[in-house]
Design a binder for this molecule. Sequence first.
Ligand SMILES: [Zn+2]
Length: 313
Amino acid sequence: MFRPLLLSLLGLVALSGCPKDKDKPTDAVAKPRVAVSIFPLHDIAKRVAGDRLDVVLILPPGKSEHGYEPTPKEVARVADSKLVVLAGFSMDEWAEKLVKTASPNVTSLELAPKCQPQAFTQDHVGEAAAAEVAKDDGDEGEEPGAMDPHFWLDPVRMQTAIDVLVTEFTRLDAASAEGFKTRGEEVKKSLAALHADLDASQKKWTKRKVVTFHASMGYFIGRYNLELAAVIEPFPGREPTAKYMAEVLEAVKKTGAAALFSEPQLDRAPARTVADQAKLPLFELDPVGGTPGVESYEKLLRSNAAVLEKALQ
Ligand SMILES: [Zn+2]
């Protein structure tokens, strides 16, 4: 399904992708274009780039980072990209395919593998889901043992990502190296302050066990001493089976989990069902942000911490 779509999109780019676009001011020197898959990485990349690079966000805010289907308009926006920045581990392959369609010579940069990555654990997914993965090969699940791409939800790992971005941006525009470095250090300082605040907050939380919607919070949970009792949707965007839901409910009861969390990008109905059956409060954690109220990386993490403060006090 995806391949024919991309081929037809490629045709559109060939028709519309004339480099001497008459609508663009001719005196402006073209800045190297960098396409970034998801909002949290885009926000940080844009701030490090300053006005030296044209940093384009691919995933529209409000959409899930898993399995997005780009539109023809989005292909045109990423034409002539020099670099595509991804979380990696196949999570945002859709973004890489999109940019490569529009810019065949683009360089791919996967950040998660360079930021102390870790694997999903059995706890993230559950035995029933692991069995589903075994009989359902080819579908994108977050099976135990696979590497977890959601590194960006840990502000300490994000500081490592900034160093990687500074290096890659300098390759694109060596004359701006000093600026990339200076801005990178500024953003790192802001993330260090963010981490210090979150770490001070988590010390006051009296409850530790959470049930998240999909396996998005592993790095955050590890950094801030939380425990994952279960995840509701092992295949983000695909309704869990009745058998799996029963297993989640069992895990919630057995572990004494304090709260469940839905996510704004995905249908919360399965979370509502489990929360009602377990008689537990349902809150919302946002793994991606970019929507009003969470228009910066720091706001996204602080907003999640405020939710956890309420849920786990
Ligand atoms: Zn995810």
